[in-house]
Design a protein around this ligand. Structure first.
Ligand code: IMP
Length: 428
């Protein structure tokens, strides 16, 4: 048995993963980000101070923890340095950070292309974060990517820029954007390389040795399973796979080395950007939850779309990603909320279905079928030590989720601070 766990968002991202990962990081030796880039927005609250993390793993505020950014992540080197400055100004040595030499770099042309493609899509836009994520992963697949390890070799870096930029500049000009000047980009990359150099290594070698040594490792996904490029609500998805099943590829470890899979699940649904969301409540109910749960994007500040918990969607991701444990977040938001429901099936063209249609057009026609629950009364969070301490209405809501998903509720989050987390089962 290995001391490794995967943490994944089981919805559309923003499930409160940062807080749970930060909590688990206190028990871990290593926290490893395995996909996505600075499109993620993890909020970690430590001693009442909120930190907004984008590319840095959530263990970076826990002393002694080594934070790994693995090969499956895409890294904007300038944004990463800004994030380090914001969070570790004057004490950068406190940050133990390793960055994979195989991770791909998000460069200024990726950001310009992300914006230009979205603008050209008009009403059919994806609603991306405009951080250059899609164009960067596309270049990886096109073999036009520039990788973190390339920063270590000045001559090779220049030759890669000379190969790639003519193609990118043609695309930029065709889409109405200014071309990139090679000398400017090269100079700024060399400056960034100087600061990033001490962190760059082969993280796969490091992780495999750490697993063999019995080190406790938390693999942290960004976004959520329903934004998975293969299994999510395509095309309204991100450009990577934020699920436990992508960890081996994205970190360079074998699949059997992941011991438990913890799904972080909000007590209701939220989504940012476009795409289907059958249980969306664009009404007073949704507004109440948005305000109580502070449902605004960490990175983009966009108001999030809000809906009832949808167990058709979450059931699908839990099944394909092998979820063993649930960490339920923002449960306090549901206190005193009337008209509480969970979506348990859809009606599609007159037929009841409990699976996820592949086509966004079928999806848009799904009408949710709900089960109603009693209002959860206000309760003293400090008194909750075991499941049966919860009000009976809360127990009913949570037990229904656990039974439907065939997973145990191991962690319940009742507020933003580290101390407001109840653990029913240890997962690492
Ligand atoms: P991209 O990842 O910026 O390409 O955006 C693709 C889709 O994923 C859009 O709908 C974004 O709103 C969504 N997305 C990306 N990152 C996050 C996140 O951290 N939380 C929630 N949604 C996200």
């Amino acid at each position: 048995m290995y001391s490794t766990i995967a943490i994944e968002g089981s919805q559309f991202g923003d499930e409160g993963k940062g807080k749970i990962t930060d909590y688990l990081a206190n028990k871990a030796d290593i926290v490893c980000r395995y996909q996505g880039g600075n499109n993620a927005g993890h909020t970690v609250e430590v001693n009442g101070i909120k930190h907004a993390l984008r590319s840095l793993p959530s263990g970076c505020f826990v002393s002694g923890v080594v934070n790994v950014i693995a090969n499956g992540v895409v890294i904007n080197p300038f944004a990463l340095l800004e994030e380090i400055d914001e969070n570790f100004h004057g004490h950068e040595n406190d940050l133990k950070l390793l960055i994979s030499d195989r991770a791909h770099l998000i460069l200024p042309y990726h950001i310009a292309l992300d914006e230009a493609i979205e603008n050209n899509l008009g009403d059919n836009k994806i609603g991306t974060t405009h951080r250059g994520i899609g164009p960067c992963y596309s270049d990886k697949a096109l073999r036009l990517g520039i990788r973190v390890g390339d920063l270590l070799d000045k001559d090779y870096l220049l030759s890669r820029l000379k190969t790639v930029l003519p193609v990118k500049n043609k695309e930029l000009i065709a889409l109405g954007k200014d071309p990139i000047i090679i000398d400017d980009l090269y100079a700024s990359l060399l400056a960034a390389a100087e600061r990033l150099k001490p962190h760059i290594t082969d993280t796969s070698v490091y992780l495999n040795a750490a697993i063999d040594d019995g080190k406790k490792i938390v693999f942290e996904g960004a976004q959520g399973s329903l934004l998975d490029l293969d299994h999510g609500t395509y095309p309204f998805v991100t450009s990577s796979s934020p699920t436990s099943i992508s960890i081996p590829l994205n970190t360079g470890i074998a699949p059997q080395k992941i011991n438990r899979v913890v799904a972080i699940m909000k007590s209701y649904m939220t989504r940012v950007g476009e795409g289907p969301m059958p249980s969306e409540q664009n009404n007073e109910w949704g507004n109440t939850i948005r305000e109580k749960g502070h449902e605004y994007g960490v990175v983009t500040k966009r108001p999030r779309r809000v809906g009832y918990l949808d167990l058709v969607l979450v059931g699908y991701t839990c099944k394909i990603t092998g979820v063993t444990d649930l960490a339920i977040t923002l449960f306090d938001v549901l206190e005193n909320v009337s008209d509480l429901k969970i979506c348990i099936a859809y009606k599609l063209d007159g037929k009841v279905i409990t699976n996820l249609p592949a086509s966004a057009s079928d999806y848009a026609r799904c009408v949710p079928i709900y089960k109603s629950f009693k209002t959860i009364p206000e309760f003293d969070k400090t008194k909750i030590k075991v499941f049966s301490d919860l009000p009976v209405e809360a127990q009913e809501y949570l037990s229904f989720i656990a039974d439907t998903l065939h997973a145990r509720i191991s962690i319940l989050s009742l507020g933003p601070d580290r101390s407001e987390t109840v653990v029913f089962n240890e997962v690492i």
